[in-house]
Design a protein around this ligand. Structure first.
Ligand code: GH3
Ligand code: MG
Ligand code: MG
Length: 316
């Protein structure tokens, strides 16, 4: 657009050529705006740059040739491909720029393309090569850094949601998962249940065998319970020796059998208690967990080593 404007200011303008250049530039501009870039094959993404090179060549000729001062616009396609293209495309556009700059000297010659102006073209190609390869290298470095940054953020997010001792999701990840799963269940209309499990007399295990042994028991329990669940389920450590299982597409009856299965998987000499609650389809996340927790409390009150299920309220 800048080139077209400057071209019009020039004294002797070939109106026909100017028209061709305007049409070509506008068409390329429209193409660049409407192209579904991510789906276009790599080699075809370079076409607008080469097309624009042709448009500048014609514009330069329309504005008087080598002396028009418009040759510098030929740096733009190089810059474009250094930003978005491949190394091969940068090389190709440099060759094409040299051809576009020098072909008129051979085919048309003086007075529009006097031999004395050859040096300017060589300088332009050299500057273009320096800019092109420098920008290309910097962009590559930037892309690598951004990819590394995205990977690190993902790693940090995983770490922030993982319990360091057992390696299962922590309370934070549990809260996120519960909210997400509830939203999905609301859409699908599928049931959703929560099981809260707590190791019985864990303080005694610690006291009798030491804290490190207690830690090992927690790791064993977390691994055993994770292995018992289906791929879509989630086991999280939500407190010291308290875990919670999120069971999508699972009603309270099925959830209580899952809870029993988990409790059977405890290491020898240990037991656990469980509370089960099915989401009624409207309660808040904290209320579902509180309902399961209440059942866990009752299981403890009733003598431990058992599962208690919250009574059905207004379930779907
Ligand atoms: P209950 O049957 O009523 O659940 O009794 P309990 O002894 O299991 O429960 P209580 O809440 O009295 O004690 C839990 C103990 O768990 C106390 C705490 O020191 C211990 N604990 C919490 N986190 C950890 C941990 O990461 N590692 C170990 N080894 N112990 C922990
Ligand atoms: Mg306990
Ligand atoms: Mg506890």
């Amino acid at each position: 657009m800048l080139g077209l404007g400057l071209g019009l200011i020039g004294s002797r303008v070939d109106v026909g050529e100017l028209g061709v250049s305007v049409v070509l530039t506008v068409a390329l501009f429209a193409l660049a705006l409407t192209m579904p870039w991510p789906r276009v094959p790599t080699w075809r993404r370079a076409l607008p740059a080469f097309g624009y090179l042709l448009a500048i060549g014609i514009l330069r000729d329309a504005a008087g040739g080598a002396g028009s001062g418009l040759s510098a616009l030929m740096l733009l396609p190089i810059f474009w491909l250094a930003l978005y293209g491949t190394r091969a495309q940068v090389v190709a556009v440099l060759v094409a720029t040299a051809v576009a700059l020098y072909l008129p000297f051979v085919l048309i010659g003086a007075p529009a393309y006097p031999a004395t102006m050859w040096r300017g073209g060589a300088l332009l190609v050299a500057v273009g090569a320096i800019i092109g390869f420098t920008v290309y290298a910097l962009i590559g470095r930037l892309r690598a850094l951004l990819a590394e940054r995205a990977r690190l953020i993902e790693e940090l997010e995983t770490l922030a949601g993982t319990d360091p001792l057992t390696g299962v999701p922590n309370r934070r990840a549990w809260d996120d998962a519960l909210e997400r799963t509830m939203a999905a269940a609301r859409r699908s209309g599928e049931p959703l249940s929560v099981v809260v499990l707590d190791v019985d007399h864990f303080k005694r295990i610690n006291d009798e065998h030491g804290h490190q042994h207690g830690d090992r028991v927690l790791k064993t329990v977390a691994a055993a319970w994770s292995a018992e669940l289906r791929p879509g389920d989630l086991l999280a450590r939500i407190g010291g020796e308290e875990f919670a299982a999120l069971l999508p597409s699972c009603d309270a009856v099925t959830a209580s059998t899952v809870a029993e299965r988990l409790r059977q998987a405890m290491p020898r000499g240990t037991t656990s208690s469980a509370g089960v609650a099915q989401w009624d389809g409207s309660a808040e996340a904290v209320a579902v967990l509180a309902a399961a927790d209440e059942m866990l409390y009752r299981a403890k009150q009733a003598g431990r080593d058992r599962t208690m299920v919250a009574p059905a309220r207004d379930r779907r």
